[in-house]
Design a binder for this molecule. Structure first.
Ligand code: GTP
Ligand code: MG
Ligand code: ZN
Length: 363
């Protein structure tokens, strides 16, 4: 396995020191997280089952954060056992996060956690199925989050065999999003898979996101040409998936390119700060400059330019509702965490950098 094929580049190379090379520390990429603090990692010596060093575990408890699938770490290998110890976490290029899965329970206790779905991503395939799953509004919400994470989105419309006219869906999407590639495919017949492959490149990482049952693992199997991932039929009565894929996994395609399969989510709740949403919906923000009141909430105030634009047919109601919903969610998250995404990220890196310096000193 070659490191460049795994996504290793200058961003990570510059963080890796000569001292580490002398100490026989190797860079490796997290391919899967397992129960009990174990990780599968890939490096130029192959695949290892790894655990964090005691120091790293300690730092993680202090807010340093855990490695996520897609992260680059530094390891020392114990080849005879195919085991490795993770000594450091390299700074991420980006990450795709959502509100913690334990959301409901922790919301009651007033605590929300950021869950990192995957790290160091180049492209996100947003997989949608042309059955009950299809929702332009959901695609729009996902896109906003993906863009704000600094990741290139590609919208995939799967199961084109289930509808008489897939073009109709393309039109619906093209009305609300601009400049994002939308690719219709069929996981059963392989139709469109070549167009999708055009977005896969050696050394670049693609994460597959979408509801359970939309066909993420099916498409990955097509790319491998073998049944690499388990798939299951959707429930007949409501076309909902059965949560077949249960953990995120990073895989190297035989023809080059890195894919991450993820378990289907009910809804991907974005982890964003309000300003990021304002940027994504800058048309609405611009309108609001003409509102009579500076602190207008654009709901029922007199002289609201946003409401005026809706009445005049200049602003789509769906887009407005989406904006309001995302802002509500962001405000909710911010109130509960008292920190924006950037601050959280900065705090985490501070803790990690501090720890890594300490480790190097101790050597
Ligand atoms: N009709 C039709 N069915 C498809 C297509 N692609 C996938 N399927 C079926 O959809 C079902 C679900 O596919 P999976 O690949 O398991 O879906 P998934 O997105 O990985 O689901 P989770 O792992 O639960 O998140 C399987 O029965 C597939 O055979 C398609 O293009 N057309
Ligand atoms: Mg799956
Ligand atoms: Zn207003």
């Amino acid at each position: 396995m070659n490191l460049e094929d795994l996504g290793w580049d200058d961003h990570f190379r510059t963080q890796f020191t000569n001292q580490e090379i002398e100490q026989e520390i190797l860079p490796a990429r997290i391919s899967q997280g397992h129960r009990g603090g174990f990780y599968s990692v890939l490096c130029d010596e192959g695949e290892f089952l790894a655990e964090m060093s005691g120091r790293m575990q300690h730092a993680a408890k202090d807010g340093g954060g855990l490695p996520a699938v897609g992260d680059w770490v530094t390891i020392r290998t114990y080849k005879e056992k195919n085991r490795a110890i993770i000594h450091g976490l390299l700074e991420r290029k980006n990450s795709l996060s959502r509100k913690g899965v334990s959301g409901r329970k922790s919301e009651i206790q007033g605590k929300i956690t950021e869950q990192i779905l995957a790290a160091n991503i180049d492209t996100c395939f947003l997989i949608n199925a042309l059955d009950n799953d299809f929702s332009v509004r959901r695609i729009e919400r996902y896109l906003t989050t993906v863009y704000n994470s600094g990741i290139t989105p590609v919208v995939i419309l799967n199961k084109t065999d289930l509808v008489p006219d897939p073009e109709e869906y393309l039109d619906q999407i093209n009305k609300v999003i601009f400049g994002v590639p939308v690719i219709p495919v069929c996981g059963l017949t392989n139709s469109g898979i070549i167009d999708l492959s055009a977005h896969i490149k050696a050394g670049k990482t693609i994460v597959f996101i979408g509801s359970s049952g939309v066909g993420k693992s099916t498409i990955i199997n097509r790319l491998f040409g073998v049944e690499r991932q388990r798939v299951n039929p959707v429930r007949e009565y409501d076309q909902k998936g059965r949560h077949t894929t249960t953990s995120r996994e990073l895989m190297l395609l035989p023809e080059g390119g890195i894919v991450i399969d993820t378990p289907g989510m009910r809804e991907f709740q974005p982890w964003m700060v309000e300003e990021e949403i304002e940027e994504a919906f800058n048309d609405i923000e611009e309108l609001s400059l003409n509102c009579k009141f500076r602190n207008c909430t654009h709901e029922s105030e007199p002289g609201c330019a946003v409401q005026e634009a809706i009445r005049a047919g200049e602003l789509d109601t769906g887009r407005y509702n989406n904006y309001m919903r995302m802002k509500r969610e962001a405000r909710f998250i911010e109130e509960r965490t008292n920190l924006g995404t950037q601050q959280t990220e900065r705090k985490r890196w501070k803790a990690i950098t501090k720890l890594q310096k300490q480790i190097k000193k101790d050597w």
